[in-house]
Design a protein around this ligand. Structure first.
Ligand code: PEP
Length: 247
């Protein structure tokens, strides 16, 4: 499966940060994996313009479930597609915690994203407490069943497994834990989506960086990565994408 490397800039980046996207264009060359950068809303339009003619694509970090209307401060999937964004991250744990997003909301947003022609990157993952209690697989199974839209395919949906305790902490699950979880996710996708479940890419996310990326990409059912902190510097992010191309 062609790997996907997605960079999540979170609430980082000013107009001057476009230099990182410009540098990335040169560093990633004609990539043999898909690469998407997800800057904040304020930079999306400029970023789309900047990557034209390159192998990079642009995504957003969230969208509203409605197409338009009285939703002050929100951005719809249609608006994102309209400016040329290709992807949208949905249900990131930071949004689940800070904005009270639950699986039902993530499902609505994913449906809206797919209707608008965007590819959704739906994030799932357990907390440290849930893993310590031996409930990690059960928690992720429930999140997936409640947030993956009927009829999704590998062309419309990407899953990112992001253990909450591994995000921004430098901690990474063991290879066995990642392979076990990704196999469980693959099984749910096949149950939910039939043969289309085979083609949905399952990314690993949580403290991915240049030094650990190659080993992660060799694991079974790891079809790429969702990268936070290490996506902010073009050279580091480019090294992660290079690891995807060589592993
Ligand atoms: C993320 O926020 O999606 C993430 C994986 O962050 P980091 O790579 O910094 O752990």
């Amino acid at each position: 499966m062609r790997k996907l490397i997605a960079g999540n800039w979170k609430m980082n980046g000013l107009v001057s940060s476009q230099a990182e996207i410009e540098a990335l264009k040169g560093l990633t060359g004609s990539a043999t994996c898909d690469i998407v950068v997800c800057p904040p809303f304020t930079l999306l339009d400029r970023a789309v313009e900047r990557v034209k003619g390159s192998s990079l694509t642009i995504g957003a970090q969230d969208c509203h479930a409605q197409q338009s209307g009285a939703h002050t401060g929100d951005i719809s999937a249609e608006m994102l597609a309209d400016i040329g964004a290709h992807y949208v991250i949905l249900g990131h744990s930071e949004r689940r915690v800070a904005h009270g997003e639950d699986d039902a909301m993530v499902l609505e947003k994913a449906v809206a994203a797919h209707q608008a022609g965007l590819i959704s990157i739906v994030c799932v993952g357990e907390t440290r407490h849930e893993r310590d209690e031996g409930r990690a697989i059960k928690v992720v199974d429930k999140q997936l069943r409640a947030s993956v839209p009927e009829g999704a395919t590998g062309q419309t949906l990407v899953i990112a497994y992001e253990p909450v305790w591994a995000i921004g902490t430098g901690l990474v699950p063991t290879n066995e834990q990642i392979e076990e979880m990704h196999a469980a996710i693959r099984q749910v996708l096949q149950e939910r989506l039939g043969s289309d479940g085979h083609s949905v890419r399952i990314l690993y996310g949580g403290s991915v960086k240049a030094s650990n990326a190659e080993a992660l990409f060799r694991l079974r059912n790891v079809d790429g990565a969702l990268v936070g902190g290490a996506s902010l510097k073009a050279s580091e992010f480019a090294a992660v994408t290079l690891a995807a191309q060589t592993s």
